[in-house]
Structure formats: structure tokens, C-alpha cells
Ligand binder design. Structure first.
Ligand code: 5GP
Ligand code: ZN
Length: 145
């Protein structure tokens, strides 16, 4: 296991360590950006710190800053690729708030006018579709560095 991740049975630490697959948009020494496996809307992506922390109150402030900076770039990339009417930035802390994966993550969800709102999609995304979306976002993300 790498020095930056900690929890052996955490799915997001497994993704960071390459023990589980993900459709990656961007990564650097602090953060990883990848497609949500159950998208609430086309283009739904997550940003995580590589170092494990359960929630907002448990994450290194420099990692939080890196996540926040990346959220602007990712949102710009989503606007470029998906032309949404808006982008929801969501982050849930604790089961009572709806958190289901206990490794801090920020959701960026492109939104269209009039669509019912939700953070969690019901259907697993098609792997080829998610891969293609990740590639398009990755190219746009780089442009916005
Ligand atoms: P939370 O409810 O904790 O804010 O959101 C967890 C998110 O992680 C959900 O949107 C869910 O679809 C996503 N998710 C859960 N397991 C995996 C996984 O193995 N891979 C990816 N890419 N996303 C996941
Ligand atoms: Zn973790």
C-alpha cells in the first residue's frame, strides 16, 4: 500500500493504489479525479485526496485546497464537454447526511434545467461510455491548467 492511502478496505484507497479500476480524468501527487460509477447525470465525476480521510473534518487542509482548485478546473472541463445548464458541487459528511463511501470526495454533477435532482444514480454507468467521457474530460481539464 502506498504512503498516501491508508484504509485497506476503502474502495477509494483501492482505486488510488491501483487495486481497483476507475476511469481517471486527472491525478497528481495529492488528488485523483475520476468518473462516478453510478452517475446521477452524464459527466458526474468525483475528486478525492489520495491520502485517506473519512470526511471534511478529517482531511489535510492542503489536500482540501488541492481538491477545491481542481473543482474549478473540472467544472470548466464539464462545461466545455457537456454544455450543462449548471453544475452541482456536493459533498456529504456522515451516513446521516447521505455519505456512502467514507473516504472524503467532492461530487461535480452537470445538471440540466428541469431534471429531477439527485446525488446518487440508480444505474451503473456503461464502462465504455465512462471511459470515453473520462478521456474527453481529461483533454479539457489539461487545457484549463
Ligand atoms: P457519497 O454518497 O459517499 O457522497 O457518494 C459515493 C459515490 O461514490 C456515489 O456517487 C457512488 O456512485 C460512487 N461510487 C461508489 N463506489 C464506487 C466505485 O467503486 N467506483 C466509482 N468510480 N465510484 C463509486
Ligand atoms: Zn480511503
Amino acid at each position: 500500500m502506498s504512503e498516501t492511502s491508508a484504509a485497506s478496505n476503502c474502495i477509494f484507497c483501492s482505486i488510488v493504489d491501483g487495486r481497483a479500476p476507475a476511469h481517471t480524468v486527472y491525478e497528481d501527487e495529492r488528488i485523483l479525479v475520476f468518473m462516478d460509477l453510478f452517475p446521477a447525470h452524464e459527466g458526474h465525476a468525483l475528486i478525492i485526496p489520495k491520502r485517506h480521510g473519512e470526511n471534511l473534518f478529517d482531511v489535510d487542509p492542503d489536500d482540501l485546497e488541492a481538491v477545491m482548485r481542481a473543482s474549478v478546473r473540472l467544472g470548466e472541463a464539464q462545461k466545455h464537454v457537456f454544455s450543462p445548464d449548471g453544475i452541482a458541487v456536493m459533498q456529504l459528511n456522515g451516513a446521516a447526511a447521505g455519505q456512502t463511501v467514507f473516504h472524503y470526495h467532492m461530487h461535480l454533477i452537470p445538471r440540466l434545467k428541469g431534471e429531477p435532482f439527485g446525488v446518487h444514480g440508480k444505474k451503473q454507468g456503461d464502462s465504455r461510455v465512462l471511459a470515453a467521457q473520462a478521456a474527453r474530460l481529461a483533454a479539457a481539464f489539461t487545457l484549463r491548467a
